[in-house]
Design a protein around this ligand. Structure first.
Ligand SMILES: Cc1cc2nc3c(=O)[nH]c(=O)nc-3n(C[C@H](O)[C@H](O)[C@H](O)COP(=O)(O)O)c2cc1C
Length: 222
């Protein structure tokens, strides 16, 4: 690991590689009519190139106080209805979404120097779909959700250990148990931008914009 003092960080960052390696082609004129089709194409390309956790994305929300907040989540599904993720409704992000049902999602696949940016409105799915998502999680992940209190201050690690242990026991006793606040959310995209880096900085940007149930698309200046 490099040993750098804080005074040298600027220089150190300047020396790091960006858009290294071979970059894929992106022809915006050949792009499909719908953004979810291109998204799945890029996602599978990221998987093929060995991107770790290619389905991890940054979810940005806005709180009741107007302040933004961002964190990484896993994508659960994408289809013509939108991009889905799951989270606790009582968590800070769940509370943000209740106050302001809008969000931005961003994906970054460094091996291909690609980025996808999505903005839209967010709606919870019906309880039975959220329950199905919950039951598909591993026992450990279900126990974590059952223990609850996500993002509240942890004063004693033993309290967490005890709560997780109890939650795991309960899940073993009641395998069909569902945490009601576990929610599958769908982002109904209004804009989806596909960004492909170019080593010469002539990046290619294609933005889709929703028009009812259809989409228009056009390129943006880099
Ligand atoms: C790769 C990765 C995947 C994650 N997936 C999820 C997820 O699917 N759902 C979730 O609630 N939190 C997930 N997290 C944790 C969140 O980033 C976050 O710490 C947590 O949800 C609390 O966020 P909040 O305080 O803004 O509500 C993930 C974190 C990482 C690094």
């Amino acid at each position: 690991m490099a040993d750098i003092g804080t005074a040298d960080v600027r220089q150190y960052l300047r020396g790091l590689a960006v858009f290294a390696g071979e970059l894929p082609e992106f022809d915006p004129d050949a792009a499909p009519e719908r953004p979810e089709e291109l998204f799945v194409d890029w996602l599978t390309g990221a998987v093929d190139d060995g991107v770790r956790e290619p389905h991890a994305m940054t979810l940005s929300t806005v709180g009741a106080d107007g302040r933004p907040s961002a964190r990484v989540l896993l994508l659960k599904n994408v289809d013509r209805h939108g991009w889905q993720f799951a989270a606790g409704a009582a968590s800070p992000k769940g509370r943000d979404l209740a106050a302001n049902p809008v969000a931005a999602l961003s994906f970054h696949w460094p091996q291909q120097a690609r980025q996808v940016r999505i903005t839209g409105t967010v709606a919870p799915e019906p309880a039975e779909r959220s329950a199905a998502d919950f039951l598909a999680r591993s026992p450990g992940a279900r126990a974590e959700a059952l223990a609850g209190r996500q993002s509240s201050p942890l004063r004693d690690v033993r309290e967490l250990e005890l709560a997780t242990e109890r939650a795991l026991e309960r899940i073993e006793r009641e395998p069909g148990l569902v945490v009601p606040e576990w929610t599958l959310y769908t982002v109904r995209a209004e804009q989806v931008e596909f960004w492909q880096a170019d080593k010469q900085r002539r990046h290619t940007r294609l933005r889709y914009e929703r028009v009812g149930e259809d989409w228009t698309r056009g390129q943006l200046w880099p």
